[in-house]
Design a protein around this ligand. Structure first.
Ligand code: NDP
Length: 309
């Protein structure tokens, strides 16, 4: 029998428990699925989306894997007691949600919707460009970024992607590495940041990056707040260098009520809702990943402790 502990918000347990049980059965796994335990040393796998990120993980002395329910590993990596392998969540439902969010806001910037929303007069001389006349750049073309990039490309935008390592994908023109960042930023009308928060991505959108962007470009950040130098972004918006920003994630969440983003005219704040883990698809991923691990094939989507994603 395999002992699995589900450690997450109480309200998630009744939603996940029956679906997880069904998915474990499909994998022919006989499991004891617990919501809590007094015997942490008996736990083989931890399904994890904690209410607090300072749990003492050293008590799980026989743990083979932490399967996070979150896509972003940054918060969990801050726990100094984390020594076990950790897989992050890659879930088809979450990916679809992110595609909806990103594509919707690309279209908002593309159609200049906000300008008309706030207009109090009949604006003349407006010819909206076609998607084929726009370049959309994705900084981060991993699981989420690549899915969004392909959707935008298939719709008709010119899409380019940038990542740490060069991607080979016939559909998207790809760039990589620090020295190509300026080149990518200089081409884009809309920049979407879908990278993890790591030491290497901290404030990657700072004054230099903003200076390298096209005049009038827009930014969409559903990645992490740490990617942005907030003062530099505000300066870029106020000078007119950038036309607008859609921000879903922030250094401090909830975004404090006195934060200037709330009242900045060309900023749309959304409350970290770009996408979330979906019970049905995520439970399938959890069961498949644990089954893989038990078969000795190695779990998928393991977080690299050095790269921090
Ligand atoms: P992946 O790990 O699959 O992709 C990350 C991408 O970022 C990869 O392309 C990676 O490059 C790139 N990257 C990482 N470090 C660097 C760097 N230093 N320079 C350039 N590129 C870099 O993650 P996901 O696509 O699954 O998720 C991305 C992020 O989205 C999550 O970490 C999370 O922060 C955020 N997120 C936000 C949500 C929301 O609701 N707002 C919901 C879900 C996720 P390479 O391909 O070379 O490794």
């Amino acid at each position: 029998m395999i002992n699995i502990l589900f450690s997450a918000h109480n309200e998630l347990w009744p939603r996940y428990q029956p679906v997880l049980e069904a998915e474990f059965a499909k994998q022919n796994l006989q499991v004891n699925l617990f919501k809590e335990t007094n015997f942490p040393e008996t736990i083989d796998y931890l399904i994890y989306a904690p209410t607090r990120v300072d749990d003492d993980l050293t008590v799980f002395t026989n743990l083979k894997l932490i399967q996070s329910l979150w896509a972003g590993p940054d918060k969990l990596l801050k726990n100094p007691t984390l020594t076990q392998p950790m897989a992050r969540m890659v879930d088809a439902g979450m990916t679809q949600g992110m595609m909806d969010y990103v594509f919707g806001h690309i279209m908002r910037h593309h159609l200049q919707t906000d300008k008309f929303f706030h207009a109090d007069k009949w604006l003349t001389d407006v010819t909206l460009p076609l998607p084929s006349e726009r370049v959309v750049a994705f900084l981060g073309i991993g699981q989420l970024g690549m899915a969004c990039a392909i959707a935008a490309q298939e719709y008709g935008f010119n899409v380019i992607g940038w990542s740490r390592t060069l991607k080979q994908d016939a559909r998207i023109t790809c760039f990589a590495g620090e020295y190509q960042l300026r080149e990518v930023l200089g081409q884009a009308d809309i920049v979407v940041t879908l990278m993890p928060a790591t030491p290497a991505t901290e404030r990657i959108i700072g004054a230099d990056a903003i200076a390298a962007m096209k005049n009038g470009a827009a930014l969409i950040n559903p990645g992490r707040g740490e990617l942005i130098d907030d003062d530099a972004l505000l300066a870029g918006l106020r000078s007119g260098k950038l036309s607008g920003a859609t921000l879903d994630v922030f250094r401090e969440e909830p975004l404090p009520l006195d934060h200037p983003y709330w009242i900045e005219p060309n900023v749309l704040v959304t409350p970290h809702i770009a996408s979330e883990t979906r019970v049905a698809t995520a439970s399938k991923v959890v069961a498949e990943n644990i089954a893989r691990d038990l078969r000795g094939e190695g779990a998928l989507f393991l977080v690299d402790p050095i790269l921090k994603y």
